[in-house]
Design a protein. Structure first.
Length: 416
């Protein structure tokens, strides 16, 4: 198997194809909730649509990982993009726009997306030189951020012009466009196809065993999970709660703050891609230190000690959000690239699926805890608790596993 050296033709076909599908998906991702609310005016139905996307993907992810290792990843990637495009064209052509019909479509799209992601994630590290993975990951991440920034605005505009049908049509076309780019990727993958259901479960267990048998990968994974346990509730619950309920930001200010954070993440990814590349990993703990400092500023900002008015707090939090976004890029990209380098290609699909499941299981722990705490304690006090938890994790891993996290490891041999 040969991947193109550097960020060459294969990489850019992959990156552009993925960007096209992400823009289309972002358009539908905004239009669909608007349509569901317009039709039902029900928050419970919105929750049902979110669960219809999350639960099926978690269930099929282990099986998708096995498929991603056993069959040609390029054709899995291109094929599932085209299948999703055909499905959406069918929904439009046959007017399957009832709420429960769309709920069923959401489930099918989640399943197809899981198999697409398994092939995509396993193939990507083979398309660039190992030494350029940080540059490649930061470039793809930059394009993802651009899609996330542009997609919502486009989605709202398109829904206002042509409703859900136009939004789904654009998403369908984007899947076909993405698949077209992916077909031109030069990638060969030879593996023994699945013979029976017993082999599927054997492969799933192998993926989990592989993680826990190898010290380097287990250290990276546990560190990422612990950081996610504290980081997810901070970003998804506490930060929005503090901006609306404590700082009393307007809806416009609230939206701008998300843009500032994404802008900082984009800037961080561009800096890694253009200047640092693989050397970005050397700054991972420094980025965590910067992130810790700006979190202290945020805690002060929402505490009684601040005394700033809403506009003053907005100005300070704008700078905090940008710095957080930059720091996150210098934390996430090196960890992601190190994991990609540590896992051999022949088991990458099932190992990445196992990592995804372990992360998804662990992350909600923090989310479940923080919500009730905010009902009983001030936001600044809960934020301080999260900060202390993250500090303990970072200090522990810095003292015990610093050489592992800052070092490199050749791909571990697969256990068959």
């Amino acid at each position: 198997m040969e991947g193109s050296k550097g960020l060459g033709r294969n990489f850019w076909l992959f990156a552009v194809g993925r960007f096209i599908s992400q823009v289309g998906w972002a358009v539908q991702d905004v239009a669909l909730p608007l349509y569901v609310l317009d039709q039902t005016h029900s928050g419970s139905m919105m929750t049902l649509f979110v669960l219809a996307e999350i639960i099926p993907s978690v269930i099929v992810m282990p099986f998708a990982g096995v498929v991603g290792d056993r069959y040609n990843r390029k054709w899995l990637m291109a094929g599932f993009d085209i299948i999703r495009g055909v499905l959406l064209f069918g929904v439009i052509a046959f007017n399957f726009l009832g709420i429960y019909q769309l709920l069923a479509v959401q489930v099918v799209m989640a399943v197809l997306g899981s198999f697409f992601s398994a092939g995509t994630g396993a193939m990507f590290p083979d398309l660039v030189d190992r030494e350029l993975l940080e540059k490649a990951n930061s470039t793809v991440s930059s394009l993802t951020i651009v899609a996330r920034l542009a997609g919502p605005a486009l989605g709202g505009l398109i829904y206002g012009i042509g409703g859900i049908k136009l939004a789904m049509l654009i998403n369908a076309v984007s899947f076909f466009g993405s698949g077209l780019f992916e077909m031109f990727i030069k990638y060969e993958w030879k593996a023994k196809p699945i013979e029976d259901i017993g082999q599927v479960f054997s492969d799933i267990k192998e993926g989990v065993r592989f993680i826990f048998r190898h010290h380097y990968l287990k250290t990276l994974m546990t560190f990422a999970i612990f950081m996610g346990v504290f980081g997810a509730p901070f970003g998804a619950v506490l930060l929005p709660y503090a901006m609306r309920e404590v700082l009393r930001f307007t809806s416009f200010q609230f939206g701008l703050m998300e843009s500032f954070f994404m802008g900082g993440a984009l800037l961080g990814n561009v800096i890694i891609a253009v200047k640092f590349g693989k050397r970005a990993g050397k700054f991972m703990f420094r980025a965590m230190f910067v992130n810790g400092l700006v979190m202290v500023v945020f805690i002060w900002l929402i505490s009684p000690a601040s005394g700033l008015d809403r506009n003053g707090a907005f100005t300070v939090l704008m700078a905090v959000s940008i710095l957080m976004g930059i720091a996150e890029a210098f934390i996430d990209i090196p960890i992601q690239s190190k994991i990609q380098r540590a896992v051999p290609s022949e088991v990458r699909g099932r190992v990445f699926s196992a990592l995804g499941i372990l992360t998804r299981i662990a992350t909600p722990i923090g989310l479940v805890v923080v919500g009730p705490l905010l009902s009983h304690y001030p936001a600044w006090f809960v934020a301080l608790g999260i900060w202390l938890g993250m500090a303990v994790v970072v200090i522990y891993y810095w003292l015990v596993y610093r050489d592992v996290l800052l070092g490199e490891e050749s791909p571990e041999p697969a256990v068959t």
